[in-house]
Ligand binder design. Structure first.
Ligand SMILES: NC(=O)c1ccc[n+]([C@@H]2O[C@H](COP(=O)([O-])OP(=O)(O)OC[C@H]3O[C@@H](n4cnc5c(N)ncnc54)[C@H](O)[C@@H]3O)[C@@H](O)[C@H]2O)c1
Ligand SMILES: [Zn+2]
Length: 379
């Protein structure tokens, strides 16, 4: 797998007027990021935020390129795990910035998954009221989803992403070869968000995934790079048309209403976000057909593609009561109704106001969630 880089590079632009920025997609390109980082940020100094294992594997190529581009570089590591997307770790980074003598012309670079990106971005948004920020995502989820759009946040003990901001990066630099060290299960979870993007907005892309998702997950670059580029383009387009998440961006919640409920019921353990979203999408596809909104066969195509990505489909076993309670705290609700994202067909999404009871009707729920049956979550 190692060796010559696939020379072809792709660029997707996030069009936000003066704050527009490129997403540069390639394979084996980590060492070339330095020049682009210097150019896009105008910084002479950068602080790289990463995790120990990611820094060890992917830091050297990135840092070498940054130094060759004339940047002075400091690096700070935060421990792995979602619990460290915290104010405590943000404080540690502020202190490191102080020690490094960081000023307004210092850029912050996130090298890692969505956890690192959200945390480093939160610091970049708040340090001296905002400094240039660059995303170098190393998970599939971060490449196609969390690194695009400028949402940055830390978790509080009371809930996820409660303290945050909008702070767009100056550049997103994707080297798909960094995925070679990522666990297959994490790669599949990222693919769930790609399937989501296709299912809600792009039927042609969905058909391409039906053909290529397996090879993309096996990191065959001729299949993977176009898939990443298309998924980035969809997210970039949604962000450009709805930066502050008022309308269109709501559609990106497809699969997430039930998905979030599942994550909460499992206390965020034993299941990855993308896996919960996959289960939520299968459910939403099914409900879309049952409500007469999507033509027959829509849910089956969605289920089959997700299964081919080794993603789960069956909701984990909890009482319906518990599911309904979890749905009621979903922050996307208005009054008693939730703006539930449904499909009108593959590539076409819409929202309908539904109560939790309408999202999970008793009969359908009984049929799908049978005690004794293995749940969607895996240990
Ligand atoms: N800002 C947004 O718009 C947005 C959108 C979706 C998700 N998120 C956030 O993103 C986070 C989830 O992101 P994630 O799925 O990337 O999780 P993550 O950053 O925790 O990474 C998942 C795991 O993979 C490891 N890892 C990362 N890159 C690796 C690599 N190249 N090789 C080996 N191991 C590697 C990490 O150490 C971690 O254990 C959550 O905090 C979520 O809230 C934000
Ligand atoms: Zn998601």
């Amino acid at each position: 797998m190692r060796g010559a880089s696939v020379s072809e590079r792709r660029r997707v632009t996030v069009a936000l007027g003066e704050r527009s920025y490129p997403i540069e997609i390639g394979a084996g390109t980590l060492r070339d990021a330095g020049g682009a980082i210097a150019e896009r940020t105008g910084a002479s100094r950068v602080v790289v935020v990463t995790e120990p294992a990611i820094g060890r594997r992917h830091g050297p190529a990135l840092l070498r390129g940054m130094k060759a581009a004339g940047l002075s570089v400091a690096r700070i590591e935060v421990p792995r795990g979602e619990t460290h997307k915290s104010l405590r770790q943000a404080s540690r980074i502020y202190e490191a910035l102080l020690r490094a003598g960081a000023d307004r012309s210092t850029a912050i670079v996130a090298l890692g998954g969505g956890k690192v990106g959200d945390l480093a971005g939160f610091v970049a948004a708040t340090w001296l009221r905002g400094v240039p920020f660059v995303q170098v995502p190393t998970t599939l989820l971060a490449m196609v989803d969390s690194s695009i759009g400028g949402k940055v946040a830390v978790n509080l003990p009371q809930g996820k992403n409660l303290a945050g901001a909008f702070h767009q990066p100056r550049l997103v630099w994707i080297d798909a070869r960094t995925l070679e060290t990522l666990a297959a299960r994490e790669r599949a979870a990222g693919m769930a968000e790609i399937v989501k993007a296709a299912a809600i907005l792009d039927a042609d892309f969905f058909a391409r995934l039906e053909r290529d998702a397996g090879r993309a997950l096996a990191l065959e670059m001729d299949a993977l790079l176009p898939v990443i580029a298309r998924a980035c383009a969809i997210k970039a387009d949604v962000v450009a048309r709805d930066e502050r998440e008022t309308g269109l961006r709501m559609l990106l919640n497809f699969g997430h209403t039930v998905g979030h409920a599942i994550e909460a019921l499992q206390r965020y353990r034993g299941i990855l976000h993308g896996e919960a979203v996959a289960i939520g999408m299968v459910w939403a596809g099914r409900r879309s057909e049952e409500l007469g909104l999507a033509p027959g066969g829509t849910a089956a195509r969605l289920r089959d593609l997700l299964a081919r990505c080794a993603l789960p489909a069956a909701p984990p076993v909890f009482e319906r009561r518990a599911y309904l309670a979890a749905l009621r705290v979903d922050k996307k609700r208005t009054d008693a109704r939730i703006r539930y994202v449904v499909l009108r067909g593959i590539g076409k999404a819409d929202t309908v106001p539904l109560t939790p009871e309408q999202i999970l009707p008793a009969a359908a729920f009984r049929e799908a969630v049978r005690p004794g049956r293995r749940g969607g979550g895996r240990e």
